[in-house]
Write a protein that binds this ligand. Structure first.
Ligand code: GLC
Length: 500
């Protein structure tokens, strides 16, 4: 990294720089986000660090485009009264929500406590972190669940494209339910983690209930090693592992340490350990990723597992992945080893069926040719069996959450292992703590996958095209993983079980 004095020597050249990417004229690129962390400030602006070099943090507020849109907020239509300012620009309030002021007037001083005026936008002003919160027992129990404003915005945009009034009514209901916030790359983590923690804290401070926020930690090097659709930004090599630790996990860790007075749940790295159980021998990319998956888990469990207000669930695939007897035995070994490697950090339990379609109960199925001799042909039987296996493997804290965002109906899948944008799927049970009486080890039904976001593109020429997204039961044309998929969303609303 360049020394700070080298920066000040060139700072004099700054005057001519353009507002959007002002640092280029000084020989430095602009940072990829207006929210990048500020490392240094001089006369020309704020500097961040990316790829081990300085980058200029774009002065978004001075631009004439609607910069707030990328953060899920509209731009202000009439107001120019600055209520709050942050790294991305100046914020006003219209219709009870935050809006970005375009062409930003420089605020004299940021207002604090503006959050009270905003109904959905939440906390832009300072919020007071209270005393340490500690989970005791079920981490989902006794809280209000935080509703992700980004998802509400996705649903609003979806509604704008719909004309059927009964469907619109169902879509409106979706805005009342909580789903998880995916930290699926470094930039999104920087954009979304703190902002949502702050919003949830403001809501908690304003009411009488604790407010729980659920995040998905999802950026391991060599991510999605057995498929292509969700390949990530970090590759399976030592350099990217270092970035995972320092630019991703350490940053999350710092925010978790700060926001200590509210309950937080983390779902850890979907699909990664399950791939180590079944795909090491068949898939070279999984063999290449193994040490990074293991090292990454040890590192993050040690850190996040030490906070009393944070509860972690490791992803365990789903019934038609690890449900077979030999796979469950393999899983017991892998997961107990991983949990030990993160000691003294603690793991609460396991997340099943994340972004998947396997029904909670499917009484018609039993072990036999139809299930390819899987003795766990539905999620309930899978979790019951995993509970026993993990307990016998000596894992002390064995609790589960089940992603019910898409398993409301049994759809006509080509094979029960189909995972990409399945036709005929429906929204499942609503998020709730202790959903099944007598199953004390099932902490919650929760929506981990935001319903309506794609599993993977069906464009055969795309870099992340995976054959599964072209199978005959996959809905097409489908956008890239994580992007909004309108037709899929509408189908889920129609098929919701229980109905919306
Ligand atoms: C997929 C995508 C990821 C997205 C997530 C939630 O796994 O790869 O980018 O955040 O789904 O929709």
């Amino acid at each position: 990294m360049k020394a700070v004095f080298a920066l000040s020597a060139v700072a004099a050249l700054a005057a001519k720089a353009s507002a959007a990417c002002w640092s280029e004229s000084q020989g430095y690129p602009c940072c990829s986000s207006a929210n990048a962390m500020v490392w240094f400030t001089d006369a020309s602006g704020e500097w961040g660090v990316e790829n081990n070099d300085w980058c200029g943090i774009p002065k978004a507020a001075a631009s004439s485009s609607c910069w707030a849109a990328s953060q899920g907020y509209p731009c202000c239509k009439s107001t120019s009264v600055v209520e709050y300012t942050d790294a991305s620009g100046s914020w006003g309030i219209e219709n009870g929500d935050w809006c970005g002021i375009v062409g930003g007037t420089t605020p004299s001083k940021p207002a604090t406590g503006a959050s009270t005026g905003a109904s959905t936008g939440g906390a832009k002003g300072d919020v007071t972190v209270g005393s340490q919160y500690s989970h005791s027992g079920n981490p989902f129990k006794g809280h209000k669940f935080f509703v992700n404003p980004y998802y509400v915005d996705e649903v609003d945009k979806a509604i704008a494209q719909m004309s059927d009034s009964s469907l619109i009514k169902k879509a409106e209901k979706m805005k009342e339910y909580s789903n998880a916030i995916w930290l699926d790359n470094i930039e999104n983590m920087n954009n979304w983690l703190e902002r949502n923690l702050k919003d949830a804290l403001a809501e908690q401070n304003a009411g009488s209930e604790t407010v729980l926020t659920v995040f998905v930690v999802y950026d391991l090097p060599g991510r999605d090693c057995h498929a292509l659709a969700s390949n990530g930004e970090l590759l399976a090599n030592d350099g990217d592992m270092e970035r995972y630790k320092t630019e991703y996990i350490d940053v999350i860790d710092e925010k978790l340490a700060t926001y200590k007075s509210q309950p937080i749940v983390l779902v850890i790295e979907p699909d990664s350990l399950a791939n180590l159980v079944t795909n090491l021998e068949t898939t070279p990319a999984c063999a290449d990723s193994e040490k990074y998956y293991l090292d990454g888990h040890a590192y993050l469990i040690q850190k996040f597992g030490s906070y009393p207000h944070v509860a972690m669930y490791l992803d365990i695939g789903h019934a038609f992945w690890l449900g077979w007897d030999d796979n469950r035995q393999g899983a017991a070994k892998v997961y107990s080893k991983v949990i030990k490697s993160g000691s003294p950090g603690k793991v609460r339990g396991f997340a099943s069926n994340v972004a998947n379609y396997t029904p909670w109960e499917d009484p018609e199925l039993s072990r036999g040719p139809d299930t390819e001799w899987n003795s766990c042909p539905d999620e309930k039987r899978y979790i019951e069996a995993m509970y026993k296996d993990f307990k016998s493997a000596g894992i002390s804290s064995v609790y589960f959450i089940e992603d019910t965002s898409r398993n409301g109906v049994k759809n006509d899948r080509y094979h029960p292992g189909e995972w990409c944008n399945q036709m005929g799927s429906g929204i499942g049970a609503r998020p709730q703590a202790n959903p099944v009486s007598g199953m004390d080890y099932l902490d919650a039904f929760y929506w981990v996958k935001p319903y309506g976001e794609s599993d993977g593109t069906s464009d055969t020429s795309a870099k992340r095209y995976d054959g599964y997204c072209g199978h005959r039961t996959a809905m097409k044309p489908a956008p890239e993983a994580g992007q909004w998929f309108q037709a899929f969303f509408e189908e889920g609303l129609k098929n919701a079980n229980p109905p919306l």
